[in-house]
Design a protein around this ligand. Structure first.
Ligand SMILES: Nc1ncnc2c1ncn2[C@@H]1O[C@H](COP(=O)(O)OP(=O)(O)OP(=O)(O)O)[C@@H](O)[C@H]1O
Length: 314
């Protein structure tokens, strides 16, 4: 399968015991992008990421990494890939250095270059001080940094990170998120999470997985375009043209008696100015709320639509 995408998946599906838990997944990752895979627990994120990373065979569909078919040439395809699984393999009895040297060997880094590769990965992941420490003695935050270091030690083009911040305490969370943000400047990343804000903050393209299916897909630009709509309700409002002429109003729709949707100029928050003007003019302001984005709306619907235990494609 030839492709201009760094990673592409077509028609991915996976069965467990005759039950299809993931179906019809098409995904693409362009160079320099961060693809966020959002979904509640049990939606199928791990199953999908494992198929993308080549640790789980799809029941149907194909994956190509840097144009190399993962099923036909797994070793060549995986050379372009670093993977942090949901539950990283634990070697509590190894030191950080020993484990990363082992990871460098697994990733086919020639012996003469391994020490430099390990040092560079440790430097990038804030691990220089803990090279001699046993992995079993590290905090969860540091263990996760080690997981990230093994994923980048061979400098792959694509990083696949499965819920990398799950189970971290708030201070560890900040450090690991910041580290992932830095890694994302050097690598193209696929990252999964069940936390909407985390994916919104990092991803240049977001997909939502619901019961094993792709339920939503949008780029950051598409999300930004619908992020700035406000609902405004005025008991004694002026005409639509007057509202449209207010500073930094980019678009307006009259949605009902005394009701409008107003979109501010990109990146502007005009709520305070609108409220002040409405009060000054005696427009009888009774509603002023930011409308949820299509991503937020869709994710809330997915979250509230069912019992996790029964999540399976409809
Ligand atoms: N080895 C397995 N055998 C049988 N069913 C499985 C297996 N692995 C996953 N499943 C089922 O597949 C579905 C998707 O699970 P998956 O772990 O991919 O979801 P997830 O979105 O990653 O959830 P979580 O965030 O809880 O890890 C679930 O219904 C799960 O029970």
């Amino acid at each position: 399968m030839k492709s201009d995408w760094l990673l592409s998946a077509q028609g991915l599906a996976r069965d467990y015991g005759g039950r299809r838990v993931v179906t019809d997944i098409d995904l693409r990752l362009a160079a320099g992008n961060v693809l966020g895979v959002l979904g509640p627990n049990g939606a199928g994120k791990t199953t999908i990421l494992r198929m993308l990373a080549g640790t789980l065979a799809p029941s149907a569909g194909r994956v190509a990494i840097a144009g190399v078919d993962l099923a036909e040439r797994p070793r060549a395809a995986k050379r372009h890939l670093g993977y942090l699984p949901e539950r990283p393999p634990v070697y509590p009895e190894l030191t950080v250095d020993e484990y990363l040297r082992f990871a460098a060997r697994l990733h086919d880094i020639p012996r003469a270059r391994r020490a430099a590769a390990v040092t560079a990965a440790k430097a990038d992941c804030g691990l220089i001080e803990v090279g001699q420490r046993l992995i079993g003695a590290l905090s969860k935050g540091y263990a996760q940094r080690v997981g990230l270091a093994q994923a980048i030690v061979h400098r792959p083009a694509v990083l696949i990170l499965d819920e990398p911040t799950a189970g971290l305490d708030p201070s560890q969370l900040i450090g690991v998120r910041e580290l992932i943000g830095r890694l994302a400047r050097e690598h193209s990343v696929i990252i999964s999470s069940h936390i909407l804000g985390e994916i919104q903050a990092m991803a240049s393209h977001v997909v939502i997985i619901d019961r094993g299916r792709l339920a939503f897909s949008a780029s950051r630009e598409q999300l930004a375009a619908d992020a700035s709509w406000l609902e405004i309700g005025l008991a004694h409002g002026p005409d639509t043209a007057t509202l449209a002429a207010l500073p930094e109003v980019a678009d307006i729709r009259h949605t009902g008696d005394g009701q409008w949707l107003i979109r501010a100029a990109a990146g502007r928050d005009i709520r305070t100015a609108l409220a002040e003007r409405a009060v000054a003019e005696g427009w009888g302001l009774h509603t002023l709320v930011a409308r949820p984005t299509s991503l937020e709306e869709r994710f809330m619907r997915v979250i509230s639509s069912g019992d996790d235990a029964e999540r399976a494609p409809a």
